[in-house]
Design a binder for this molecule. Structure first.
Ligand code: ADP
Length: 248
């Protein structure tokens, strides 16, 4: 059966189209924008042009707006299904998206044993990194490549993005290096996500999903915080959509 998974996130909307043998035959990542229902429709139209899906499952914070979906499932369940399919040895998922971060503890199969989530504060999410990158006219690739400068993390104490920007500017005015300041932002996020990991008593093997998993500096900051390997999940931003398609 041809199945479509649609993940309407706060920042991006994703779609994954699966063939009968679970091969991904089409995928798409677009900005969610101001009208999540329109983004969902766009994904349906573009991926249906490849092959008509027989079953559709929607996930993500905007899933209720995908009125054409046969079923809606939480992103926690979908991330678990997607990661376990690609990485059967996974025990814990760290998912950092645009506006939330989660730690998900998995059972032997794709069952979720426990999860902890931060969706109340931008600190610890992709939007915090996006705001800091924009402030310094940097791209996401620049942040991802930052680790290669061997930065020394500086302590960043502000949890509010507006105050954090002032704090960074203050550090730069004192002569601190931009690389060290920015690495400090990554380690501050890693510390917050580390608390979610501790809440679920996270265990190895750990897989990192969500759009922020494309940021290699963030992955390394998480490894430094948790003092264990953190693997980047395959296709990390598509995991929720893939999981939804698999559950269909
Ligand atoms: P959501 O599902 O909450 O909409 P995503 O999982 O799509 O969020 O993640 C969006 C975040 O991923 C962005 O805010 C951005 O910080 C990060 N991101 C996206 N692409 C990249 C990239 N190529 N490199 C680094 N970070 C990225």
């Amino acid at each position: 059966m041809i199945r479509l998974g649609i993940d309407i996130g706060s920042t991006t909307a994703k779609g994954a189209l699966l063939d009968t043998d679970n091969t991904i035959i089409g995928s798409i990542i677009i900005p969610t924008g101001g009208n999540p229902a329109t983004s969902a429709e766009q994904i349906l139209t573009e991926l249906s042009a490849i092959k008509q899906p027989e079953k559709i499952i929607a996930t993500g914070y905007g899933r209720a707006l995908a009125s054409f979906a046969d079923k809606k499932i939480t992103e926690i369940t979908c991330h678990a299904a997607g990661v376990k399919f690609l990485h059967p040895d996974a025990k814990t998922i760290i998912d950092i998206g645009g506006q939330d971060s989660k730690a998900i503890l998995l059972g032997e199969d794709k069952h979720v044993l426990d999860f902890a989530m931060n969706d109340k504060c931008a600190a610890g999410t992709g939007s915090f990194l996006d705001a800091i990158a924009a402030k310094f006219s940097l791209t996401q690739d620049d942040l991802s490549a930052l680790h290669s400068t061997n930065p020394t993390p500086l302590a960043i104490t502000s949890t509010c993005v507006v105050f954090a920007e002032s704090e960074l500017i203050g550090l730069l005015a004192k002569g601190e290096k931009l690389e060290d300041v920015l690495y400090g932002v990554h380690t501050a996020i890693a510390a917050r996500v580390g608390r979610l990991f501790a809440q679920v008593s996270g265990e190895r093997e750990i897989y990192f999903s969500g759009g922020v998993a494309k940021n290699e500096t963030m992955r390394l900051a998480l490894e430094a915080e948790l003092e264990v390997p953190v693997h980047r999940a395959e296709n990390p931003q598509l995991i929720g959509a893939l999981g939804a398609a698999l559950l269909a």
